[in-house]
Design a protein around this ligand. Structure first.
Ligand SMILES: NC(=O)C1=CN([C@@H]2O[C@H](COP(=O)(O)OP(=O)(O)OC[C@H]3O[C@@H](n4cnc5c(N)ncnc54)[C@H](OP(=O)(O)O)[C@@H]3O)[C@@H](O)[C@H]2O)C=CC1
Ligand SMILES: CCCCCCCCCCCCCCCC(=O)[C@@H](N)CO
Length: 267
């Protein structure tokens, strides 16, 4: 039976993914910090998605702490056997102008979104290599394709995941381990609800170019992409074009968004 490990599996995109895999009858390990949220998620998967309680394992751990996440993943694999699919959805966002953001809050985003992903991957990769089988899906963001006003730390962490995934993919291919990265748009989740109150208007101009998706729609696309071993996953035409041609049309985009921002602020 397929063993899927999801960091950030207690909420939002991670939880929506868990629902899809639960209805497929996979064995699921969910990792996040809050034990309460994890227990609620497990209950929901059993009552609403037909999962068997015995097929869901939860571990409370902070992905930013390497030993904690390593121990958590070891417990998951002791429970359900080696990891077939790892999805790294644990992530945080704190928008603020660069100078106004405390360096601890900046660093926390890098440590969670980038280092937290690396720690989880490190905990499953050697065994995947040994078994010559396994898939890793990292959750970056549209903000990993274009740097966004007020999102210096977040964009840096999400761009970095793109580089990490590309480089590791190149190493992992010969071991038959799939490494993928995805770039979701705004997605209706608790994180987005918290974030919108802090989002500067300049960012709304850029991010408003793409309508928010539901977590279910993002999850269903992700699962298909994992099935098909897609290396990079885009959501909708705009983000696909941004991913494929963004760097080439960057000056045009900068001009376009600067003009829209100026118009918005009545200058
Ligand atoms: N929603 C959106 O608009 C978009 C989101 N994304 C990315 O998708 C991912 C999921 O976001 P979303 O579902 O919206 O967010 P949610 O806040 O709904 O869920 C985040 C999950 O990650 C867990 N988490 C957060 N920090 C840590 C940590 N340090 N260690 C372990 N678990 C952690 C949370 O649980 P707990 O707090 O208990 O630890 C929760 O389970 C993130 O990486 C986000 O950046 C990308 C594009 C758009
Ligand atoms: C030819 C190219 C056309 C270019 C159009 C540019 C559109 C840019 C849209 C960027 C959307 C980024 C969403 C990130 C959401 C996110 O990660 C946060 N919600 C975190 O919670």
């Amino acid at each position: 039976m397929t063993h899927v490990i999801i960091t950030g599996g207690s909420s939002g995109i991670g939880l929506a993914l868990a629902s899809v895999y639960a209805s497929r009858g996979a064995r699921l390990s969910l990792i996040a910090r809050s034990r309460d949220l994890l227990d609620q998620a497990k209950e929901m998967l059993v009552s609403e998605h037909g999962a068997m309680a015995g097929d869901i394992h939860v571990e409370a751990a902070d992905v930013a702490r390497e030993e904690e996440i390593e121990t958590a993943i070891r417990r998951c694999t002791e429970t359900f056997g080696p990891c077939d699919i790892l999805v790294t959805s644990a992530g945080i966002v704190e928008p603020a102008p660069f100078e106004e953001q405390q360096s601890t809050i900046f660093r926390r985003q890098i440590e969670t979104n980038l280092c937290g992903t690396v720690h989880a991957v490190r905990a499953v990769y050697p065994e995947m290599k040994r078994r010559r089988s396994g898939r890793i899906m990292m959750i970056s963001s549209g903000a990993g394709l274009i740097g966004i006003h007020g999102y210096t730390a977040y964009s840096a962490s999400k761009f970095a995941l793109h580089g990490f995934a590309q480089a590791l993919r190149s190493e992992a291919r010969r071991h038959n381990v799939g490494v993928s990265v995805s770039f979701p748009p705004d997605t209706k989740t608790p994180q987005l609800a918290r974030e919108l109150g802090q989002r500067p208007p300049e960012a709304t101009v850029v991010m408003g170019a793409v309508r928010p998706w539901t977590a279910e729609a993002v999850a269903s696309r992700l699962v298909k992409a994992i099935d098909r071993r897609r290396p990079e996953v885009y959501f909708g035409l705009t983000l696909f074009l941004l991913g494929r041609f963004g760097p080439a049309v960057r000056p045009l985009l900068d001009w376009w968004f600067d003009r829209a921002i100026a118009r918005n602020s009545g200058r």
